[in-house]
Design a protein around this ligand. Sequence first.
Ligand code: NAP
Length: 328
Amino acid sequence: MKAIQMSSFGEPEVLKLVEVEEPVPTENEIRVRLYYAGVNPVETYIRAGDYAFFNPDLPYIPGFDGAGVVDAVGPGVTRLKTGDRVFVASSLAKRKTGTYAEKVVCDVTAVHKLPGSISFEQGAALGIPVTAAYRALFHRGRLKPGETVLIHGASGGVGTLALQLAKYAGAQAIGTAGTEESMELVRKFGADAVLNHNQTGYLNEIPSITNSAGVDVVIEMLANVNLEEDLKLLNKFGRVVVVGNRGSLDFNPRLTMAKEADIFGMAVWNAPLDEYNESLVAVEAVLNNGGLQPLVGTKLPLEKAAKAHSQILSSKAKGKMILEIVKS
Ligand code: NAP
């Protein structure tokens, strides 16, 4: 089968299109014929070779996320059968052969049904972004129905899904984005209020939006820029969940005291397996009930994986970047 493989760590050019043997599923594993793979910022960190959570043995086929149809099942698999439409979220699977490939083998727990209303392209946009969104909102942020959440960076892969999950759970959601176009998108996905994080003073509107109460939870995509301001926006006992961060900042810890605010780190890799599996079962249910429409942004052919890696950290996000493996 065709796959993108890297034999050394380094710049995007280490990603090469090669022919490799098809992986074979063993007990409680499943093989999926992939139509699309999701591209996540984390895969660029892993490719560069200095990612704190994960340094794979080489050669390595990247990719945790994708969508397609079940192609083969190993002994013990009863929940899914050959031909089922599925999405793959294999970041925490014990075995994961990489989704930048025509086929992937992984634990059956990492594979879930995709309803007919969700395309394979959209299915590839779930995986890491949706498990990150779910974990940030509910396992770390403990968001409750009726509370207000600020999704600071709501136009990207994680943000658009977090926004929809928060609304589905009965929260009030404020989203930020960096351009008029992406603000429109955030509005379309159900935000009660939308702010532009590139405009000076954009957070001044939060007191009037929240009737002076402040927000209960912030889901933060760029903590090194926003963390100090986030703490000023919180309601009493508010929580900030750090999902994304690209540097450090000078910050006054006193801001946590008056409100007894909590700052939570979140990394999908740390999820206990029961919480991870719970998030995927919940996502499958929300998909079935029409509560989630993953947004696909840039689509590139599999062989352009290196270009995808060059673009993903620099381009303005308008949904999830995916690789096309086979036209569905
Ligand atoms: P993405 O699709 O590239 O989206 C990036 C988001 O950040 C966009 O909504 C972007 O908005 C927004 N942004 C840009 N400048 C901002 C600012 N000053 N303040 C707030 N938001 C700003 O990336 P993603 O897949 O959603 O991931 C987002 C971040 O979370 C990345 O850093 C990623 O590495 C991280 N992440 C962490 C985990 C984890 O386990 N902790 C899991 C998944 C992702 P505009 O483009 O509209 O300006």
